[in-house]
Design a protein around this ligand. Sequence first.
Ligand code: G3D
Length: 198
Amino acid sequence: MFHLAKGLYNNWNRKEVYSILILGLDNAGKTTFLETLKKNYSLHSKDLDKIVPTVGQNVAQVPMSKSCTLKFWDVGGQENLRAMWPEYYPQCHGIIFVVDSTDRSRIGECNEVLQTVMMDEDVEGVPVLMLANKQDRPDAMEVQDIKQIFNQMAERLSARDSRVLPLSALTGEGVREAAEWLLIRLQRNKTNRPPQYR
Ligand code: G3D
């Protein structure tokens, strides 16, 4: 009887944990996004103090509800670090791809890098959220224009949930919307990529 009660108790209290990779070119605003995300959810969590910055990798656990935590991995965007991204693919449940909307000269590179990510079979079916960052800047490209650029890979994206959302990681505008959009898609994709439980 004790074991049954304990089992039920553990089942009620177990948390779903989803891992999300934050990718993008260097200088796109990945670290700023993660920092703002931490601040946005800091009222609800003590875990956020435990964020451990390491060389080329920042990790933050954001509790979205009593039963669900999102674990964000910012693994660095410099060319030499990009080679390590595929090591994270088998364990990730979702991908955030941050784009610097003011950097027109690198938008082509962004597109190529994202295409390479999408072609990897280890991320098949994984929801992808592209964030058009730095929307607070007057020289930022419109989200609509960024969408058109990424439409070129529509075929790759169509077999999964994907979206382009506006963001200012600096002011925090769009940060919660991004986390909430992902949460719904991760839970929807649960049978394909089951979360970890703890
Ligand atoms: P990364 O982690 O992708 O390499 P960072 O990028 O988060 O380090 O950000 C790179 C630069 O872009 C930083 O400026 C940061 O303040 C700026 N930045 C990030 N997000 C935004 C945003 O939404 N709006 C604006 N205006 N700037 C942003 P510095 O000057 O520190 O290099």
